[in-house]
Design a protein around this ligand. Sequence first.
Ligand code: NAD
Length: 379
Amino acid sequence: MRLVILKEAAVGETRVALQPDAVKKLIDKGLEVSVEAGAGVASGISDQTYAEAGATLTADRAALLGSAEILPVINAPSAEDQRKIKPGCVVIGFLRPLDAPAQLLPAVESGVTLFAVELVPRITRAQAMDALSSMATIAGYKAVILAADTLPRLFPMLMTAAGTVAPAKVFVIGAGVAGLQAIATARRLGAVVEAYDVRAAAGEQVRSLGAKFLDVDLGGLDAEDKGGYAKELSEEALDRGRDLIAKTAKTADVIITTAAIPGRRSPLLIRRDAVENMRAGTVLVDLAAAGGGNCELTKPGETQQINGVTLFAPLNLTTAVPGHASQLYSRNIINFLALIVKDGALQLNFEDEILSGSCVAREGKVVNPRVASALEATK
Ligand code: NAD
């Protein structure tokens, strides 16, 4: 059975779906692995390293697409590439099944089996396959590094012969996976950190990292759903958060926003007037930009200067750390493959909630109800 690793074709993509150590493990399990020439170069892996792990290398992308039986990817292949994949091939990756379902139709129509890592249920057994958490960890870290590099001040408190330097004040909005990593990174660099989240449960995690948790009185409302995610709030409840954010942001040096509600536009939490009242030199990194952004002034993918405030709105910061982003992703994929490859052959047990939850399409049909309704909404 042949597994193929492509050179990712999306503009700006630097990651690769599987690293050589994973290739070696798969070959030991009886798979053949073929790699497109140059697949790992942008993340620091040479073709030779893949060859040493036992893979065959070729520049013939069409032949790779046509012969793959398992195709782990970072991003969904282009429509043209999808049409070259043979029926029954299993594709696994960040397929954007809820926000761009129509882009998967060529593969669906050709009978390709599609699994979206975004839909892997966040249950304990699936933690080692949780690519969303892996990428959020990388993005949270990198957002702080980006801010520290841009801030016209230092992060740690320093006592020097020339006087004392006060520590930077970092404000993190949204204390999920990315936010908690941002807090930990900012703390390691010596900043004083405050954080806000609508989920009261986030408070304990924030405090355990040495940061201050800012509470908002939501009038007894439980803002967390059964899955541990934030619920969508009323405008009135959102306004309470916005007021607290505006007040805290006035004196912050760095603001990192990560607030998200799965399947919805990112909540707007930083109003225009809050940005106008920030001090010159403040750095704002809107990590929710891909979902529309948490700041009213965010332009996804652009960096703006607004009265001395730098507003970053990166669409995918993980591509700026391709080595470790690929390493974590590769391990997530290997753990997923362990569920579907037995004795060197594909065994898809759709009784398993991880497989049934993450499967987007098979045998020519969209099988995930959420994806089917997202697709219906695009018509
Ligand atoms: P996410 O990316 O969906 O959202 C990021 C954060 O934004 C969340 O903490 C959310 O509460 C917060 N948020 C949403 N609306 C907000 C608002 N109006 N104001 C302020 N904050 C707002 O979340 P995530 O990082 O994917 O994690 C969500 C939860 O799932 C967390 O509790 C996390 O610990 C948990 N989780 C569990 C597992 C598991 O395997 N069991 C794995 C990963 C994450």
